[in-house]
Ligand binder design. Structure first.
Ligand SMILES: [Zn+2]
Ligand SMILES: [Zn+2]
Length: 216
């Protein structure tokens, strides 16, 4: 029997568990190789995250031992190595000019937002802006989860749960309001995969809270 927990109660418990963990600003600070990361963003607060709401959950789903490298791809990689960077850069470009040629012919279809399409001389400098943005306005916390299957399962459930919480909403000035993905705009997370999927149950939430508490 799986006992029920509302997404709101789970969202509060997830935020409370993470607040106790060190807030990091560089991949080099992470003392373990496998886990989930949770990004926080300047000025983004909510009912369950009064000092910072979670704005992205991420994983390294295929590569065991790849947590630090995955974070480096976000901080120092390029838009084709990180969907997070693609979202951030696309939102920066769209906020400045909704008709930016690098975003045309349609949201998600322009060469900046299309996977593996090359940047041009106009949007190339956006890579440096995304790197600066991450360093200036974002920080993250990590939870050590060595088992790959457990990590992948928790990633999906945590994204879905945080996205479903009715009490935590993005601010009206959140950069993600300019993201091409409707799921990003609606969820308030820089995530699209797993948004709208089933939320966490009491048993699995308890397991996550245990992992978070044990995390260095
Ligand atoms: Zn371009
Ligand atoms: Zn919440």
């Amino acid at each position: 029997m799986m006992s029920a927990v509302t997404p709101e109660d789970a969202c509060k418990a997830i935020h409370d568990a993470l607040v106790a963990k060190p807030l990091r600003t560089s991949p080099a600070q992470v003392p373990f190789k496998d886990g989930l990361y949770f990004f926080f963003e300047e000025s983004e607060v909510s009912e369950h995250g009064p000092n910072g709401r979670i704005v992205r959950v991420g994983n390294h789903p295929r590569s065991q031992g790849g947590l630090v490298n995955r974070l480096r791809m976000h901080y120092s990689g390029n838009k084709n190595s990180s969907v997070f960077r693609k979202f951030l850069g696309g939102a920066l470009l769209r906020k400045a000019n909704p008709n930016d040629p690098c975003l045309l012919p349609a949201a998600g279809k322009g060469h900046w937002e299309k996977q593996d399409a090359k940047t041009c001389s106009c949007c190339g400098p956006t890579e440096a802006r995304v790197s600066d943005l991450l360093r200036q306005r974002f920080a993250f916390r990590c939870v050590w989860i060595p088992d790959k299957n457990e990590r992948n399962e928790l990633e999906a459930l945590l994204v879905a749960t945080l996205a479903t919480c009715a009490l935590c909403q993005p601010s009206s000035s959140w950069l993600g309001q300019h993201a091409y993905s409707e799921k990003v705009r609606a969820s308030g997370l820089w995530n699209s995969q797993y948004v709208g999927d089933p939320t966490i149950n009491q048993l699995t939430l308890g397991r996550f809270l245990k992992l978070a508490a044990a995390s260095p």
